[in-house]
Design a protein around this ligand. Structure first.
Ligand code: ADP
Length: 312
């Protein structure tokens, strides 16, 4: 009741599937800008997202980190809509930069800086037992100072109870890991790491790396690009509820293959990428291991925020 009177709602900034987003500011400080995200409860409910979204908002409110969007306040308006007051991030998202191949030029040092920010944000989520579950370039927003922040925590959920059965119908298809495509009910932070790997790959080649137009095709493209999940490389995989792979199986790609496509990331960058795209989630690199990798201290050093490329 109190909270909604602290903010003034301004012009519409954009529209998403489940929300309209407005610019806003503090009543007491008109220069303190915020983004007010008005969730379309009706639309969200028919998709079964609302109960989750509301219950899990507390996670975002508790996660305070430079690479995670801050949730300043939550209130409901008289139309019963749920309003999220978020940090205002005016410089767009990584998808805009990736797609603007004419206007935006960037290199290995810039990618390393963005991956560092993404890695630290994901590490902090996992350290606090929160899965993001929808990491993709369009959910990585850019602050005025160039900092990249994980946003759109609608699907975020705690994994502190590992035996809680979770739905596998999460994560935008292109960024969805094989364990979810095979219908695994128990999963871990490794789901986010797979998505981070695909963001890394996309930053390098500037086009989505594994872009299936159905779940079946997504699995088939993973087999081609990475290798076929089998009992040899991933014990237990064939027992997953929706396990099916195309014949004949493709061997898991080696470093030569990755160097040919992603060589601009350097040897150590390619090692990190390969660690993220390991099929067996138990063997996939963790957020902590990513941050401890020697890639960060090898050349080139990550670009400083103020020197990062921006949208035109
Ligand atoms: P989508 O993820 O489908 O883009 P969202 O509902 O998350 O939908 O956001 C809709 C649009 O609102 C975004 O494309 C972006 O332009 C804008 N937007 C969202 N969050 C913020 C924010 N924190 N600061 C500034 N603009 C935002």
């Amino acid at each position: 009741e109190e909270e909604k009177h602290k903010y003034v709602k301004g012009k519409k900034l954009g529209e998403g599937t489940y929300a309209n987003v407005y610019l806003g500011h503090l009543v007491t400080s008109p220069s303190t800008l915020v983004a007010i995200k008005k969730i379309k409860i009706q639309a969200a409910y028919t998709e079964g997202l609302a109960p989750d979204a509301i219950r899990e908002l507390k996670h975002l409110q508790e996660l305070s980190h430079p690479n995670i969007i801050s949730l300043l306040s939550v209130f409901s308006s008289k139309d019963q809509n749920l309003n999220l007051v978020l940090e205002y991030l005016p410089l767009g998202d990584l998808e805009m930069l990736i797609k603007d191949t004419e206007g935006v030029r960037y290199g290995a040092a810039d990618i390393k800086a963005w991956m560092g920010m993404l890695g630290r944000g994901v590490w902090w989520c996992h350290e606090n037992f929160v899965l993001h579950r929808d990491i993709k370039p369009n959910n990585l927003l850019i602050a005025a100072d160039g900092e990249v922040k994980l946003a759109d925590f609608g699907l975020a959920r705690s994994f502190s109870d590992p035996y809680r059965i979770m739905t596998s119908n999460v994560i935008t298809r292109w960024y969805r890991p094989p364990e979810l495509l095979f219908g695994a009910k128990h999963y871990s932070g490794a789901v986010d790491i797979w998505s981070v790997g695909l963001v890394f790959a996309e930053l390098i080649i500037r086009t989505p790396y594994i872009a299936g137009d159905s779940e079946v095709q997504q699995i088939s493209l993973i087999c081609q690009a990475i290798g076929t999940p089998s009992e040899d490389v991933w014990p237990g995989v064939s027992k997953l509820p929706e396990y099916t792979v195309p014949e004949p199986p493709t061997p898991v790609r080696g470093k030569d293959h990755y160097l040919a496509t992603f060589g601009t990331a350097g040897h150590e960058g390619v090692d990190v990428l390969m660690g993220m795209l390991v099929l067996d989630p138990r063997k996939r690199i963790t957020a902590r291991e990513i941050l401890e990798h020697s890639w960060w201290s090898s050349d080139p050093k990550p670009t400083k925020n103020e020197d990062l490329p921006r949208k035109g």
